[in-house]
Write a new protein. Structure first.
Lengths: 377, 156
């Protein structure tokens, strides 16, 4: 049988993924120009999750501003709450009590562990390791139960208030933190065996989508993705807040353990190590919560912020989260602008996808830990 | 970083007029420049020995007293200091305003300029970056984050 010239056409073909697709990190369109199985060009279109959050602040009073703040990133809502509270407290010159700072630190680190566990589960799912996914989500449930014990919610905690937190530590919470840290420490060894010591898993991730230190600078990438590329950047060290200056901890960096520095495997390994560091931070913080008040002021619906502005910086689970708050002394903010890590991280995706095989697209996207709600707001 | 000297040196070398103002109630200082001098000042701040501001943390925009205020939050990775550069733009009703892009100086500014362009109607001239990432778009002349944009929503 002879094949005609038309059947052997080698033109590039166009493939569209999204806006809703299981391999994508959220609602976004991915237009791929492919040559057989290899991607030649990629274009991204976002905006499908635009909720007008930043505009909605202008129609709310200061007390109600915590509601849209949680929705910046539902998985890591505590970081956005921290950023907004820090900015408003600086404008109002409010001194947060030490006890409240420690409670905030504990909840932040619990949220960091929860986000990183979700990341590991997502990467395992994209590779096809479904059993590992369920194991990791089982541990994440322990942390969500802790959130429920303390705040009443599993996600969108709405717990921080200007001047402190909304309630004191629940009875049994500190003991439960020690127990959860102990369990996750043991499980981390299991994840190590299932992922890091698993050659087929390592082969899937090594050399995939490396981000160089130069690209980290050009794109403004921060957080674990930047640290995986060997760039030392951590807001908790450079601009310490909420008690982070009192506790010593290590910032893990990517070393090219399997393929090259900054590849998908390094991004995963850095997050595993960060979970380890967060557990140590949590144990230390839980041991040293001082007595005192959980808040220094009572915030109500008629709370106002004097005229002024501030730009706060927080190290979220995905990177540098910034919040620029502008007040005119009115009942509503003039502007609340968010600098989210995923905004910058999304910029490198078209470049990383060039030359990648189609089957590696979900794996690569999952290792970047993008949050589309953060990008679109 | 001695900001007073920096501002004087800037005025001398580039013949631009700039003013130093406090950033809200903080100790941080804002360097206020005219929008037409922005690109020149950006390049100078990047290369000047006492400044070396090579990292743009954030670009923010807000409307105040019928003007759009652009705030560039800059940091030096080498000298570990920071500065905020600000310029004001007059707002023609329903029309775009334009300012020179600083993407050639700080490439990481691209997503912020793209977003401000869509939401505030600011055209950043000279930003030719083709990164293949497209964000949300609105109807022509609709700039949601301007105060003149009527957002018909009921907050319960």
């Amino acid at each position: 049988m002879r094949f005609s010239q038309e059947c052997l056409s080698t033109e590039l073909s166009l493939m569209h993924l999204g806006p809703i697709h299981p391999s994508l990190p959220g609602p976004m369109k991915l237009a791929l120009q492919v040559d057989g199985e290899r991607i030649v060009r990629a274009e991204i279109e976002t905006g499908y999750l635009h909720k007008g959050l930043e505009k909605s602040y202008e129609n709310r009073n200061w007390f109600a501003s915590m509601i849209p703040t949680d929705r910046i990133d539902s998985e890591g809502s505590i970081f956005a709450e921290m950023a907004l509270c820090m900015a408003v407290e600086q404008i109002c010159n409010i001194q947060v009590p030490r006890r409240a700072q420690m409670i905030r630190l504990i909840l932040s680190e619990l949220n960091r562990v929860s986000c990183h566990l979700t990341y590991l589960a997502r990467v395992a799912q994209s590779v096809g390791f479904e059993t590992t996914t369920h194991y990791i989500l089982r541990e994440r449930e322990l942390i969500l139960d802790l959130f429920e014990l303390m705040t009443g919610s599993r996600f969108n905690l709405n717990f921080f208030r200007y001047g402190g937190v909304s309630a004191d530590i629940t009875e049994g919470f500190i003991e439960r933190i020690f127990e959860v840290c102990r369990i996750i420490q043991i499980r981390l060894r299991e994840y190590h065996a299932l992922m890091i010591d698993n050659q087929s898993f390592v082969t899937r991730l090594a050399w995939l989508g490396p981000i160089s230190a130069e690209d980290v600078y050009l794109m403004g990438i921060t957080g674990p993705n930047a640290r995986a590329s060997g760039v030392i950047t951590d807001i908790r060290k450079s601009h310490p807040y909420s008690g982070y200056d009192l506790i010593d901890f290590r910032v893990p960096l990517g070393m090219g353990a399997a393929g090259t520095v900054g590849d998908s495997f390094d991004r995963l390994k850095v997050r595993l190590e960060e979970i380890q560091e967060s557990l140590l931070l949590l144990t230390h913080a839980a041991e040293s919560v001082p007595p005192g008040d959980f808040s220094c002021i009572r915030v109500t619906h008629d709370f106002t912020v004097p005229a002024g502005e501030y730009f706060s910086r927080v190290e979220g689970a995905r990177g540098f989260l910034g919040c620029h708050v502008v007040s005119s002394g009115d009942f509503s903010p003039v502007r609340v602008q968010w600098r989210t890590p995923s905004q910058n991280q999304l910029q490198i995706v078209p470049q990383l996808l060039k030359g990648v095989a189609l089957q590696d697209v979900p794996v690569l996207l999952s290792t970047l830990d993008l949050s589309i709600p953060e990008v679109d707001r | 970083m001695d900001l007073k000297n920096l501002a004087q040196k800037l005025d001398r070398e580039l013949a631009v007029s700039s003013t130093l103002k406090p950033f809200g109630r903080t100790e941080q200082i804002v360097l206020d420049v005219k929008s037409e001098d922005l690109a020149k000042v950006a390049g100078w701040l990047r290369l000047e020995e006492s400044a070396r501001l090579d990292w743009l943390e954030n670009l923010s925009c807000f409307e105040s007293k019928s003007k759009l205020v652009l705030s560039y939050f800059l940091r030096s990775q080498i000298l570990d200091h920071s500065l905020i550069v600000r310029c004001e733009l007059s707002i023609p009703e329903g029309e775009k305003v334009s300012v020179t892009s600083v993407a050639s100086v700080w490439p990481m500014v691209h997503p912020y300029e793209q977003e401000i362009s869509t939401l505030f109607g600011v055209e950043f001239k000279g930003n030719h970056s083709q990164r293949g990432v497209k964000g949300i778009s609105f109807a022509e002349g609709a700039y949601p984050l301007r105060k003149s944009y009527v957002w018909e929503a009921v907050v319960l």
